[in-house]
Write a protein that binds this ligand. Structure first.
Ligand code: FE2
Length: 360
């Protein structure tokens, strides 16, 4: 986790950066030491708890800006913090959420407040937060881009309306903190976006909709498991059957597999597109694990080493790892495609919540 404390008015903002490009934020009131966590990532739940303790902060609010389909939320695991309330929009229907705010409702932090705005588009349940001269835009307006609106009930026209009716009326100097940034930027301003963001130059709603729906990026391969976790509150699967793994690979999810066997074993047989991290190197290469979309499918020959890796990562605060039952032997026996020789370059993670740039 990388953080970089900033301030907006009297509230303090601590961006919480995940290597996959996801952005969470701790918004704190220094006077009362109360905090709001927006869009925490499961990988960083332990780090957030540590930060809260070291700063002496009380977690008042745990907010998901929308139903996340690309990463597991930390909200359920952090809900045990005394006095914390889980918040999402009423349309989210997340198990465990106890507060569903109305549009324009303030969430108090000491004598200050963060205002919730319903801003559908990326998903119907999407909310943005406005606080002390800052806009936390979730997956709607990004730095130099906008969110995709083609799955989970997304609507490009609603995204246009939310951006133009809810966000752009805010002053130019408003700091923009998005829910993702895939280029390692922390913030922008609305004025900067007005002048540089190609999507904001499209003033005609129909043209915006046509541009945003011109392409349909691939859906996250593990979306079904992530929705069971984020929405239904089901635990991440500790084991994934060979048949389920084959289906995930067939839907473009080979990059979610981490093969922990030796170089020689991988040379002999592997799953094309999978990522190779030696078992002995798994902790020192933890950031590569974090770069792999969850649930990460851990693969060895039969399953034993993968289970040990899963346990070691969990101790290191990295959850969301599932052992492929029966390992590569079971995968091949079930008819999964395998290959020999070099594995090739590891796949890059991230990018799946943003729309492509508009056609020129
Ligand atoms: Fe999203």
């Amino acid at each position: 986790m990388t953080t970089d404390t900033q301030s907006a008015s009297a509230l303090q903002i601590i961006p919480i950066k995940h290597p996959q490009g996801c952005r969470g934020y701790l918004i704190t009131d220094p006077a009362s030491k109360e905090a709001l966590l927006l869009d925490g990532h499961l990988d960083l739940a332990h780090d957030v708890s540590t930060l809260l303790a070291s700063e002496g902060l009380t977690l008042r609010w745990i907010v998901d800006s929308h139903t996340h389909a690309d990463h597991p939320s930390a909200s359920a695991i952090l809900a045990g913090h005394a006095g914390a309330t889980r918040v999402a929009h009423a349309k989210s229907k997340h198990v465990g959420v106890t507060h569903m705010p109305d549009d324009q409702e303030p969430l108090a932090l000491g004598d200050q407040a963060v205002t919730v705005r319903h801003a559908p588009g990326h998903t119907p349940d999407h909310m943005v937060l406005v606080a002390g001269g800052a806009l936390f835009s979730g997956d709607s307006l990004f730095i130099g881009g906008v969110a995709r609106a083609d799955f989970l009930g997304g609507d490009a026209g609603q995204l246009f309306d939310s951006i133009h009716d809810v966000m752009l009326p805010l002053p130019d100097e408003t700091l923009l903190y998005p829910g993702h940034d895939y280029k390692d930027r922390v913030s922008s301003t609305l004025g900067g976006e007005r002048s540089d963001n190609p999507w904001l130059k499209i003033e005609d709603r129909d043209k915006f909709v046509a541009s945003l729906t011109a392409s349909k990026p691939q859906e996250p391969a593990n979306m079904a498991a992530l929705l069971r976790f984020n929405v239904e509150g089901q635990p991440m699967p500790a084991f994934t059957s060979a048949e389920e793994a084959i289906e995930i690979v067939q839907h473009g999810g080979a990059g979610t597999i981490i093969d922990v066997r030796t170089d020689e074993e991988v040379q002999a047989i592997h799953i094309p597109g999978s990522r190779h991290i030696l078992m002995d190197h798994i902790l020192e290469r933890a950031d590569e694990v974090r770069m792999t979309p969850a649930p990460r499918l851990i693969l060895c020959k039969l399953g034993q080493r993968a289970a040990m890796v899963q346990a070691a990562l969990a101790q290191h605060g990295i959850g969301g790892c599932s052992v492929i039952d029966g390992g590569i032997v079971g995968y091949a026996q079930a008819g999964g495609e395998t290959a020999g020789g070099d594995l090739g370059a590891a796949l890059e993670g991230g990018g799946c919540c943003a729309a492509e740039p508009p056609p020129t």
